[in-house]
Design a protein around this ligand. Structure first.
Ligand SMILES: [Zn+2]
Length: 244
């Protein structure tokens, strides 16, 4: 076991108020590619003629819902993805009473699949969908099993995922809960994010403790503020730290 892993192990052992903040890197280890990555952008432009940021904008959804849903089904939804050791480890820490919340930028439901209960999904989730007219709720299968633009079986309105599109604001309650958890946290573990996506990344600024742990393969703008930096795959880190 290397020094950083031993140090993280100790930090976790000593705390019962840990909060985890995670980004796309947590999901890529479950083979869900990051649509914001170079590859993701290249493939989107190549196949559709638009970058992901455009196709996942509110305006584009309004004007080209057909392309929006095609991109969604083919590129964003991975029904066979399974939680990895990071998800499993975090769920275990919550069960042990050590972890208070997971704050995530991901929209893939993998934390809940691993058993986590308190999950603040800053960008919403693909697993909740609703009719824009009557607000009836639908699950992800309704989207996957429909063709073209999914319509509500009650009123005929368009059924859209409850995710935050570009040009749309984050959900106030979710942000409030996330800020509150981070502000009160004794330990903040940040993983799988280069902390470049705003406004989500700005939430880290609310942390007031002195145990900021960064687990990320590349450098981040917050490296100087971190008390511990681990440059390894996040799944591997949790596997070693929690003996999974
Ligand atoms: Zn409806």
């Amino acid at each position: 076991m290397n020094n950083e892993i031993a140090e993280l192990k100790q930090i976790i052992e000593d705390s019962d108020n840990i909060v985890f903040f995670g980004g796309a890197g947590v999901s890529t280890e479950s083979n869900i590619p990051d649509f914001r990555s170079e590859n993701g952008i290249y493939n989107a432009v190549n196949q559709y003629g638009y970058p992901p940021e455009t196709m996942l904008s509110h305006t584009f959804f309004k004007i080209h819902p057909d392309i929006f849903f095609d991109y969604l089904r083919k590129t964003l939804i991975y029904p066979d993805a399974k939680p990895n050791n990071a998800h499993i480890g975090l769920a275990k820490l919550e069960k042990m009473g050590k972890l208070k919340a997971v704050v995530t930028q991901n929209i893939d439901n993998l934390h809940q699949m691993a058993g986590s209960k308190t999950v603040y999904e800053l960008h919403g989730t693909l697993y909740r969908n609703y009719c824009v007219k009557c607000h009836k709720q639908f699950d992800i299968d309704y989207i996957m099993n429909s063709e073209g633009i999914p319509h509500c079986d009650k009123c005929g309105g368009i059924v859209r995922p409850d995710v935050v599109l570009y040009e749309e604001g984050l959900d106030d309650t979710t942000v409030y809960n996330a800020v509150n958890a981070i502000r009160k946290a004794d330990v903040l573990i940040v993983g799988g994010t280069s902390l470049n996506v705003y406004p989500a990344a700005g939430l880290i600024d609310y942390y007031r403790g002195n145990k900021l742990v960064l687990i990320n393969k590349s450098t981040t703008p917050y490296d100087r503020r971190a008390n511990l930096i681990i440059r390894e795959n996040i799944g591997q880190v949790f596997k070693e730290v929690l003996d999974l």
